[in-house]
Ligand binder design. Structure first.
Ligand code: SF4
Ligand code: SF4
Ligand code: SF4
Length: 327
């Protein structure tokens, strides 16, 4: 059987997704049995011109990880789409905008002001910011432009498949090679397939749940959780009720609450809103007639950094997804 041609391209990324591929250990041999990696700039000396050199549809599977944040990321994403028969959105950053997508809490101008003007070591009275067209000697260069917001890949190009997680290590180990084998045999999964569970993380979690209310929210450094008991019912914000399963709950097994890196299930539009509603019900806020405004404020005060807690991975695809101006 012919080997698949696989390209691995990137946007704004910590490269943990690349490390997850390298982390396949001996399973990387199974990967090279089914696929030739024809483009992977993180691991080898590929340039964008190498991707440009492929013809339309030359690549069997284009894998993209990272948030789309600059003109270069956009160009790479469009190129990958055009050159690939199928595109896989790989990891939380590509799927939902991810942690780099928290950049949407600041406008581009605020970012430039902080970096190029307000830092103590900067002297820039004319507020010179990065230019996209520059002349260096006899060369005219076009440099990447920082876009106004970080975007999920699916908001930039048509995506065929999704593999969530940050990094998507478990999903990758268990699912990537079987999926590539299916593609190799011509059996393509239905477009839009999310390579993970359709159930919530709570459904696969083995912690004991008693459906009891909690009276306050605690942070991870304020308590040592009791093993075997639902972390949310111990007062820790665990994103399990609003998160897709499939990762095998590695964080919870280590008594660390879930941060939601698999994103929401198909039925949920907004992971943060879903989690806020789950918290409201476990805190008894839904029966707010029994709580004073002061009680509610005290409970809510226990949630530090609400955006970073509820939208850590999904802000760019949330219903309210970016800051648009400055007061
Ligand atoms: S999904 Fe996680 S591991 Fe992958 S690039 Fe984004 S931050 Fe890094
Ligand atoms: S809230 Fe967290 S700890 Fe509790 S059952 Fe769900 S995933 Fe498990
Ligand atoms: S438990 Fe939560 S944060 Fe940890 S890997 Fe699973 S989805 Fe991600």
């Amino acid at each position: 059987m012919n080997k698949l041609k696989v390209a691995i391209a990137l946007g704004s990324t910590c490269s943990g997704c690349d490390v997850a591929i390298l982390d396949l250990n001996e399973k990387i041999l199974n990967l090279v049995e089914v696929a030739d990696i024809v483009y992977w700039p993180t691991a080898m000396d590929f340039k964008i011109k190498d991707l440009e050199a492929f013809k339309s549809g030359d690549i069997d599977v284009g894998i993209y990880h990272g948030t789309v944040r600059t003109s270069t990321h956009e160009h790479t994403a469009h190129l990958l789409r055009e050159r690939s028969k199928a595109v896989l959105s790989f990891g939380a950053c590509a799927y939902f905008g991810g942690i780099p997508g928290l950049c949407n809490l600041s406008t581009k101008n605020e970012v430039f002001r902080t970096v190029y003007q307000d830092t103590a070591s900067t002297v820039n009275p004319d507020f010179v910011t990065p230019q996209t067209e520059v002349k260096v000697g006899k060369f005219d260069l076009t440099l990447p432009e920082l876009k106004d917001e970080g975007k999920a890949l699916r908001d930039v190009i048509d995506v065929d498949y999704y593999l969530p997680g940050c990094p998507p290590t478990v999903m990758l180990r268990e699912k990537l090679i079987p999926i590539l084998k299916l593609v190799q045999g011509g059996e393509l999964p239905p477009k839009g397939t999310v390579i993970a569970s359709d159930k919530t993380l709570c459904d696969e979690c083995e912690m004991k749940k008693e459906n009891k209310s909690i009276s306050k929210i605690v942070r991870t450094h304020e308590m040592i959780p009791t093993p075997g008991i639902c972390l949310l019912e111990q007062g820790l914000i665990c994103m399990g009720p609003a998160t897709r399963g499939g990762c095998g709950t590695p964080c919870i097994k280590a008594l660390v609450p879930c941060r939601g890196c698999m994103g929401p299930t198909a039925e949920v539009k907004d992971q943060g809103a879903k989690m806020i509603s789950a918290i409201a019900s476990i805190l008894g806020v839904s029966e707010e007639k029994d709580l004073s405004a002061e009680d509610v404020a005290k409970l809510i005060d226990g949630i530090k950094d609400p955006v970073g807690t509820f939208y850590r991975f999904t802000l760019p695809v949330a219903l309210i997804n970016k800051k648009v101006g400055v007061k």
